[in-house]
Design a protein around this ligand. Sequence first.
Ligand code: GDP
Ligand code: MG
Length: 174
Amino acid sequence: QLQLKQEQKNIKIVVLGDSGVGKTSLIQKFCFDTLSEKEQTTLGVAYQSAQIVIKGQVLKLHIWDTAGGERYRSLAQLCYRDANAAILVYNITNQKSFEQIYYWEQELFERCTKLSIGLAGNKCDLNEERSVQKDYAQKYANQHDFSFYETSAKTGEGIQILFTDVIQKYLGQY
Ligand code: GDP
Ligand code: MG
């Protein structure tokens, strides 16, 4: 008889960052390979599950998408609890969204201690309008021990590798 049962590991990932940086789009692209041009307002938190296989191991991802607004702050904070990993997102054409990364980091650390964190410099397809230098973000990521990639929810660039890195870091460390 075939042994079909395979132990599945669950990993909870929260995605944080300012409104409009592309959190929902990144998750959509990662899970379904689509991009919606229309801005879809995330109300509070949204949940999406996905499966990924890393080095032959099947992993079930529970991805929590948060809304940037202050109104939902306490709701979002609830979902940081028990998170194994986080992805902090900024928009490379918006300096302010990068400066806010530190705020999101503090938000996380208020609730979580051990976390594997990834930094996504999203909308890298809009290189012409760039206002955050890649080197600068890379340096920040190194100092804070974040995995870092520039990503595009439009082209898909950097997304798979970012998720894979963050998950591998989690599996390796904790
Ligand atoms: P959220 O508020 O962080 O969840 O941001 P959304 O995912 O709703 O995206 C906000 C807007 O940016 C939408 O119009 C998206 O189509 C657009 N967007 C998201 N990611 C990208 C990207 O990588 N490149 C470009 N050009 N547009 C993007
Ligand atoms: Mg959203």
